[in-house]
Design a protein around this ligand. Structure first.
Ligand code: PLP
Length: 406
């Protein structure tokens, strides 16, 4: 692929040189968290060593520099997802906190007996916050089923709307099945009923070019640590008109206009939703991870990952008793599978002994596991730095493990 020198790209990730059980390490768990290039680690060190002063709080030089770095990342994120304004970019601790923010703030405007549409393939982060709303009032979750191939049952989806529907909460890409959901169709349908849509973009943002205006998404949540970035940083994109209406999420420093015991006023967007000292060092370094993706090209990375996904799928299908969960025509990044009756933990542990790092278990999607009538799967996931040789090593290890267990 033009301009995609994998050796050069991999050289940016020192962690790829490490061994596991004295074997070369093959990392196939980037859907859980991706590795971080040296430029991001360097930026963390640089900020700590040069301008670790609190943001938005001082007139002194160091505080100004730290603030400028944070706000430069906000602009970088805005451009990356094509939001209209930096007012619409709220820094959070991750996707989970971004969804919780919407659930508790927008959720205040949801009345007793009203409904939220979710899907059966959601991560717990896009289920439990909506269930928590039900502690104080009766909020009903309507669930879109998943079809055998791992796509959403869009006929049922369309039938779930009524005058009580207040929100649709859906993932862009399933972290178990890899299904890329038809977001434009989902959002257009919801908007016909004037229902806003929250998109959990955790598994999409580093694999698909996201344009929030083109999608017309109302909220879009994602985590930096799945984007070659630091841990502890995430983003909630929200349309300004909605964020303006919503009450604050947490109270404290930074999110206020003025405070007195009689009356407190709130800061303007986006600060209204950013109480307390943020992970401003992580936020500064997050810019470097976005620049890393832009330098290599999200579309080029996606094409490379697609090749790996297709190659791995073809090779896996040759293994006796292989069952792949999620065969949607449009998939991204992940393959979940089981072999015969072998337990996913046993497979994961044996693969690790061979240097192959995969995920096992329910992947924080227990309702999906219940629908599939399984306890868990083994999941391999890909990122920019994976190679065909990684896939070959994975397939060879799978054959060995399968023979050992079988
Ligand atoms: N949503 C999806 C689809 C995910 O895959 C994940 C993490 O794996 C999350 C939400 C939660 O992300 P975080 O733990 O970074 O908040």
């Amino acid at each position: 692929m033009e301009n995609f020198d994998l050796t050069q790209l991999r050289a940016e990730f020192p962690i790829l040189n490490r061994k596991v059980w004295d074997k070369p390490m093959v990392y196939l768990d980037s859907a859980a968290t991706s590795f971080t290039p040296q430029c991001v680690v360097d930026e963390i060190c640089r900020v700590y060593n040069t301008c670790k002063a609190n943001v938005h709080r001082g007139v002194h030089t160091l505080s100004q520099e730290a603030t400028d770095l944070q706000e430069a990342t906000r602009e970088c994120v805005r451009e990356f997802i094509n939001a209209k304004s930096t007012e619409e970019i709220i820094f959070t601790r991750g996707t989970t906190e971004a969804i919780n923010l919407v659930a508790s703030s927008y959720g205040e405007m949801i009345e007793n007996g009203e409904e939220i549409i979710v899907t059966a393939m959601e991560h717990h982060a896009n289920i439990v916050p909506w269930q928590l709303l039900g502690r104080h009032k009766r909020v009903i979750l309507r669930v879109v089923p998943v079809k055998k191939d791992g796509t959403l049952d869009m006929v049922t989806f369309r039938s779930l709307f009524n005058e009580r529907t207040k929100l649709v909460a859906v993932c862009h890409v399933s972290n178990v099945l890899g299904t890329v959901n038809p977001l434009k169709e989902i959002i257009a349908e919801a908007h016909q009923y004037k229902v806003p849509v929250l998109v959990d973009g955790a598994q999409a943002i580093s694999h698909i070019k996201v344009d929030v205006q083109e999608l017309d998404a109302d909220f879009y949540a994602f985590s930096a640590h799945k984007m070659y970035g630091p841990t502890g940083v995430g983003v909630l994109y929200g349309k300004r008109s909605l964020l303006k209406m919503m009450p604050p999420y947490q109270g404290g420093g930074e999110m206020i206009g003025t405070v007195s015991f009689k009356k407190t006023t709130y800061a303007e967007l986006p600060f209204k939703f950013e109480a307390g000292t943020p992970d401003f060092v992580g936020i500064a370094a997050f810019k470097k991870s976005i620049e890393f993706m832009q330098r290599w090209g999200v579309e080029r990375i996606a094409a490379h990952e697609k090749e790996l996904l297709e190659y791995a799928t073809t090779e896996m299908e040759k293994i006796p008793n292989m069952k792949i969960y999620g065969t949607a025509p449009e998939k991204s990044g992940v393959i979940s599978f089981l072999i015969g009756n072998e337990h996913h933990y046993d497979m994961g542990m044996l693969l690790d002994k061979l240097g192959i790092e995969v995920r096992t278990g329910h992947h924080c999607a227990q309702p999906l596991m219940q629908a599939l009538k399984i306890e868990g799967t083994v999941r391999a996931s890909f990122a920019a730095y994976n190679t065909r040789e990684d896939v070959d090593a994975f397939i060879a290890a799978l054959n060995r493990v399968s023979a050992m267990l079988g």
